[in-house]
Design a protein around this ligand. Structure first.
Ligand SMILES: *Cc1c(COP(=O)(O)O)cnc(C)c1O
Length: 351
């Protein structure tokens, strides 16, 4: 730390991303990326001409991308905003709507408390139930913004839409932000509720189900007034937040629903295989609606298990955090990668 750092930030701890190793021969199951490349239509769309056009600033309104999303999701163009990853959108949202503070679960995406601290808003972490599900009642009688990942991370557990609706109704004067980073893998989206609830904001990303983590693209859906507020944040921080190649790639991805479904279904199949095999080996596996499983090894501690996998060139994630220290988060890769994981696991736990 230099002596020039803002004093307010001296004790502040930033987010710690999963390891991004240089060694490409590792089986990388630690940051919930897709094992597949982007759609062939993305490869075609991002061509030499588009690279030449990088000399110009990107389209401030992301016109074509917003158009593609609007058609795909059947929502108005004025109900959409795109961001540099959904991380940026979530940050804008907490900045814009977290004035009275924020409430989210104790076990959830590690970035929420980081943003709250950075922005300087009070936050409250509500304990999940013992089975790691969210109790909608915990978000009633609340005077703060609500932030929920659904399906939740790193548990993979999804809340039915009725639970979300209950929370929306209990918080008519606060924004309820639903982070749907993983919803494509089996959750129930809150999108059908956006017309009905002016306090609902839904965030999505191209990083998990659209093979574009490196492109940095996310978006939010909400009623126009909410989107305008987010836009205000964007124009206060980084108006050209989505670069032109990413805009083009994103639109092409959205316009290839067949590839989207094909890749999604392969991930879901590999997830179900992984859950079943880990369970056979004696693991406790939480019911996942995401592209990862959260699993508690048997015969060995989670930390040792993760290290033993690392020694076999397989990378998964372990969180040194109360209540979840006994679990490993395993991203779902290709069937081949998941077979390698299961073989290594059997070796480690003596299955
Ligand atoms: C991965 C993830 C994000 C961030 O996605 P980006 O679009 O890559 O910024 C947001 N929320 C949750 C819960 C995630 O797991």
């Amino acid at each position: 730390m230099s002596r020039f750092l803002n004093e307010r930030l001296a004790a502040f701890s930033a987010y710690v991303p999963g390891e991004q190793p240089k060694n490409a021969s590792l089986i990388k199951l630690n940051t919930n990326e897709s094992p597949f490349p982007p759609s062939p239509m993305v490869m075609e769309a991002v061509n030499k001409l588009q690279v030449e056009r990088l000399r110009l600033y990107s389209d401030l309104s992301a016109t074509d991308l917003i158009q593609a999303l609007s058609e795909d999701l059947d929502v108005g163009k004025d109900m959409l905003i795109t961001g540099n990853g959904s991380d940026e959108i979530l940050y804008f949202a907490m900045l814009a709507f977290g004035g009275s503070g924020a409430r989210f679960p104790d076990i959830t995406y590690g970035f929420y408390p980081v943003w709250a601290e950075l922005i300087g808003i009070p936050f409250e972490a509500k304990p999940l139930r013992d089975d790691f599900s969210v109790d909608p009642e915990d978000y009633a009688g609340n005077d703060r913004m609500v932030v929920l990942a659904n399906p939740n991370a790193p548990t993979g557990i999804a809340m039915p839409r009725a639970g979300i609706e209950q929370i929306l109704q209990a918080n008519p004067d606060r924004v309820v932000l639903i982070d749907e980073a993983y919803v494509d893998f089996g959750g129930e989206s809150a999108l059908p509720l956006v017309d009905k609830y002016e306090n609902l904001l839904v965030a999505r990303t191209f990083s998990k189900s659209r093979q574009m983590a490196g492109a940095r693209l996310g978006f939010a859906v909400g009623q126009p007034a909410l989107i305008q507020d987010l836009d205000k944040m964007r124009f206060a921080i980084n108006p050209y937040n989505v670069n032109s190649l990413t805009q083009i790639a994103g639109a092409a991805s959205v316009r290839d629903p067949e590839y989207f479904r094909w890749t999604r279904d392969r991930v879901i199949n590999a997830r179900d295989y992984t859950s079943a095999e880990l369970t056979k080996l004696g693991f406790v596996v939480l019911p996942s609606c995401a592209n990862f499983v959260f699993a508690k090894p048997c015969n060995i501690g989670a930390r040792d298990y993760v290290q033993a996998l690392r020694a076999r060139n397989i990378l998964v994630r372990w969180f040194d955090k109360d209540r979840i220290r006994d679990y490993a988060r395993i991203s779902i890769g290709s069937m081949e990668q998941m077979r390698a994981l299961i073989d290594a696991t059997a070796e480690i736990v003596g299955g």
